[in-house]
Design a protein around this ligand. Structure first.
Ligand SMILES: Cc1cc2nc3c(=O)[nH]c(=O)nc-3n(C[C@H](O)[C@H](O)[C@H](O)COP(=O)(O)OP(=O)(O)OC[C@H]3O[C@@H](n4cnc5c(N)ncnc54)[C@H](O)[C@@H]3O)c2cc1C
Length: 378
């Protein structure tokens, strides 16, 4: 009987691993609740109605190797000592495992009504924001968006909705709150000031050191200020996607698994983690959650799984930082290789280009390339 390799998650990391395992002598089982792969960086654009949905997804049936079995369920538990994964009430035994299930929003056990909060982590979340915000704009004379979380997702989403309201002829109040005292702490002062100046020039209030104290589904209170009939978005943090993991593992506070240089778990040489699920230490710091690290990390993990099947030694993952761009529709901030900074429409175009290059089909690539060439005039 062939050994069984189970892959949890068919996102950027999981799909690259599947590709690397195409010719390997193994039964490939992929567990992922979604029928599609999603271009997550385009979700703030989709939520604001700026990109067509078809450019943000592609069917997994087309992308997985033909001999892979897709179990369309969420993994709820991993037992590393017994080599078992539970998903949809069934248990799956494995000989090798790749954990690449990405991350899910962290609600920090908040008591706020979930069905009135708008996180942005999946295609369904983006669809829901788009639909609900359209309805909200139609029925509200003075729209107000409140975003919890000043990370990149929160800021991008805030501006995407702000400009959507503007395009609908409505002036929309935007407040972004975060309990941490500093905006985008990894940026140098000059770049941080650039982002702050742009947000305040649009009339957005950035309230640092402030948390949402209450939200009853309509009215929120943050830092002593009341926001009535508010459109509330939650971008306050993310965490490991599988609820339970049994075994001897070291983890970061957000649940990411500390991995060895070859991306295996130190106590379990047949178990690998990649993408948002893995804490990959680079120059003493965990790598940020990003598409390129997931893409190349997934490929390295897949190749190492294949090498182990052939009885060969694994190889270390050498991450290459290709930079990043945060688009705000009208402008952007980004850092390119060699320490070059990018701002303005050029960064917005690079963002669309990146969404094309890392997309899942030629049609999607071509659609994103068109957006990159047009700028934002969709
Ligand atoms: C809104 C948003 C914007 C972003 N923008 C950028 C950006 O501009 N640039 C950038 O570099 N990065 C960006 N990121 C981060 C980037 O998308 C992630 O770092 C990257 O997708 C991680 O890849 P992954 O393969 O680990 O996870 P994912 O691509 O998230 O794939 C995980 C897969 O696992 C599946 N899954 C989830 N839970 C389970 C479970 N319990 N069991 C089995 N399967 C499961 C999911 O359905 C999904 O298919 C953004 C993320 C978000 C949410």
């Amino acid at each position: 009987m062939k050994p069984r390799t189970v892959i949890l998650g068919a996102g950027f990391a999981g799909l690259q691993a599947c590709k690397a395992l195409r010719g390997a002598l193994t039964d490939l089982v992929v567990i992922d609740p979604s029928p599609v792969a999603t271009m997550l960086p385009a979700l703030p654009d989709l939520a604001g109605g700026w990109v067509p949905e078809r450019l943000t997804r592609h069917s997994l049936a087309d992308l997985l190797p033909p001999r892979a079995t897709h179990i369309q369920q969420s993994a709820t538990s991993i037992d590393l000592d017994r080599r078992l994964v539970t998903a949809g009430g069934e248990t799956y035994a494995y000989d090798q495992l790749l954990i690449a299930a990405g991350s899910v929003p962290n609600f920090y056990q908040s008591p706020f009504p979930r069905d009135r909060m708008h996180p942005l982590a999946t295609l369904d979340d983006a669809r829901r924001i788009r639909r609900d915000f359209e309805a909200y704009l139609q029925e509200t004379a003075h729209p107000q968006v409140l975003v919890a979380g000043t990370g990149y997702t929160g800021l991008e989403l805030a501006m995407s909705l702000f400009f959507r309201a503007k395009a609908a002829g409505k002036s929309c109040g935007v407040t972004i709150v975060d309990p941490t005292p500093i905006l985008l702490p990894s940026l140098p002062d000059k770049q941080r000031q650039f982002v702050l100046d742009f947000l305040t020039a649009q009339g957005a209030a950035v309230r640092l050191g402030v948390a949402v104290e209450s939200f009853d589904g309509q009215t929120a209170v943050a830092g002593g200020q009341t926001y009535g009939n508010v459109f509330f978005c939650w971008a306050a943090g993310s965490q490991f996607a599988v609820p339970e993991i049994k075994g001897t593992v070291e983890r970061l506070r957000d649940g990411r698994l500390k991995v060895a240089p070859d991306l295996s778990l130190p106590m379990y040489p047949d178990v690998f983690a990649a993408g948002d699920a893995a804490a990959i230490l680079h120059r003493g710091q965990p790598l940020r959650k990003a598409v390129n690290f997931a893409y190349y990390g997934g490929r390295r993990a897949g190749r190492n799984l294949a090498r182990r099947l052939r009885g060969k030694p694994t190889r270390p993952f050498h991450p290459l930082d290709l930079g990043w761009v945060v688009p705000f529709r009208e402008t952007s901030v980004g850092r390119l290789p060699f320490g070059l900074w990018v701002h303005g429409r050029l960064g917005v175009r690079l963002h669309h280009l990146m969404c094309g290059v890392r997309n899942y089909s030629f049609e999607n690539f071509a659609g994103c390339l068109k957006l990159a060439m047009k700028g934002n005039h969709v």
